[in-house]
Structures are given as structure tokens and as C-alpha cells.
Design a protein. Structure first.
Length: 103
């Protein structure tokens, strides 16, 4: 099972981690995490798209309240949600980070 992972830097303190597994040319598992480098060097997960429960979904996290929201993509293909995740985080990372820090 070929797996692939890489980072996409969005700013000096924010980046996306993309990790997925392919079988016969199809994505069967993935995680796309929006990460924040806090002062002091700690790396924290702000939000993530993944397929950990067998169904693609988005988890939005808060600094104090952990899981703030979960959005399921029941009828979506894995590759489509993976692409959506990267596009969403690229376009809205500042809002996700603001939300994380406030909650």
C-alpha cells in the first residue's frame, strides 16, 4: 500500500499536513491536518479532515473545548474530500486558527 505525506506551508506559523494511503490507484484512507506553531514551538492541530471512522469528515477543534464541530461527508469519494480539505484550509486557515484560539 503506497502512502504519501507532505506539508504545505501557509504562513510562518501555519501549515497543512497531508497523509494518505492508496490501493490500486484509489485513496482508501487519509488525514489532512491544519497545524499551528504556537509560541514556544508547540505544534497543535487546529482542524482535520479524515476518514478514521470509515466515512470522510471534518473535525473543528478549540484550544479549551477540544472538539467543537464534526461534519460528515457520507456520500463523498475519499479523493474528493481530500482535495476539498486542502482547498478549504488554504482559503480559510486564518478563520480556523482564530476560532481555535477563541474556543
Amino acid at each position: 500500500m503506497p502512502s504519501r505525506d507532505y506539508r504545505i506551508w501557509l504562513s510562518d506559523t501555519a501549515y497543512i499536513v497531508v497523509d494518505f494511503i492508496m490501493v490500486r490507484g484509489q485513496i482508501v484512507s487519509f488525514i489532512v491536518r491544519l497545524m499551528l506553531l504556537e509560541s514556544g514551538g508547540a505544534e497543535v492541530n487546529v482542524a482535520r479532515y479524515d476518514a478514521a471512522h470509515g466515512v470522510p469528515h471534518l473535525d473543528v477543534l478549540g484550544k479549551r473545548h477540544d472538539l467543537l464541530a464534526k461534519t460528515w461527508y457520507f456520500d463523498a469519494r475519499m479523493d474528493a474530500v481530500l482535495s476539498r480539505a486542502v482547498d478549504d484550509f488554504k482559503a480559510h486557515y486564518e478563520a480556523y486558527i482564530r476560532n481555535y484560539l477563541q474556543n
